[in-house]
Design a protein around this ligand. Structure first.
Ligand code: CA
Length: 232
């Protein structure tokens, strides 16, 4: 199997019961995702500010700040409103379900749940936001990226990309039109805990551009002055 094509999706698990929290963390990790955990709502909010996760699994019943309140705060925050929240709850009646969704939760799973079902819901959320990370085939204009086969082509011709070039292209193709700052690309492509100079990003974007252009194609990557790079 090829090396992980992208920085792994980061999942935050917020659950106050240690056994539940560890079981979930174990299963989500086993599925190939990165995990951070919080046992209280306050800690969850602090963690999200520090290291925004790709998805949050949030227990409803937490001491002090409830899961509902955490969800409301996240959905109100400009930086955090787009992070999908899967709410866990022991309450199953419809009113609670509606209330849960009113807080802006993106999905809702009733305890006791099957781990397989929760993982499937997690994957659904990730497929929306991080399609490359769950092994999808991505298309943009005449460019295709096959995550499973680890192959990128333009107009039917395969590109020669190193691991960094491939990850860069995957990040761009997950969100065409999005303007990525150098820092965001560093986090996504090189990893969150690795120190790399931001000039390195320019070097690799330059290489990727040359490969995409070839002798006779236009450059699909845009430089956004003072902001970063975007595809299309
Ligand atoms: Ca709980």
């Amino acid at each position: 199997m090829a090396a992980a094509p992208l920085v792994l999706p980061l999942v935050l698990i917020v659950e106050d019961e240690p056994a539940q929290r560890e079981m979930l963390a174990y299963n989500v990790r086993a599925r190939g995702f990165e995990v951070m955990t919080a046992e209280t709502g306050d800690k969850a909010l602090a963690l999200v500010r520090e290291t925004p996760p790709d998805v949050i699994i949030l227990d409803w019943m937490l001491p002090h700040v409830s899961g509902i309140e955490v969800c409301r705060q996240l959905k109100r925050g400009k930086q955090t409103s787009r992070i999908p929240v899967i709410m866990l709850s022991a309450r199953s009646d419809e009113a609670d379900k509606v209330r849960g969704l009113d807080t802006g939760a993106d999905d809702y799973v009733v305890k006791p749940y099957s781990v397989a079902e929760l993982l499937a819901r997690l994957r659904t959320q990730l497929r929306r936001l991080r399609p490359a990370a769950v092994g999808e085939r991505l298309n943009y204009d005449d460019i295709t990226l096959d995550m499973t086969e680890h192959r990128a082509c333009r107009a039917g011709k395969c590109l020669t990309l190193g691991p960094i070039g491939f990850r860069l292209l995957a990040a761009f193709m997950e969100r065409p039109g999005r303007v990525w700052s150098r820092e965001q690309l560093l986090d996504r492509v090189w990893g969150r805990d690795i120190y790399v100079e931001s000039r390195t990003v320019d070097v690799h974007v330059g290489r990727l551009r040359r490969e995409l252009r070839g002798p006779d194609r236009d450059d699909p990557i845009r430089t956004v002055r003072g902001a970063g790079y975007a595809l299309g």
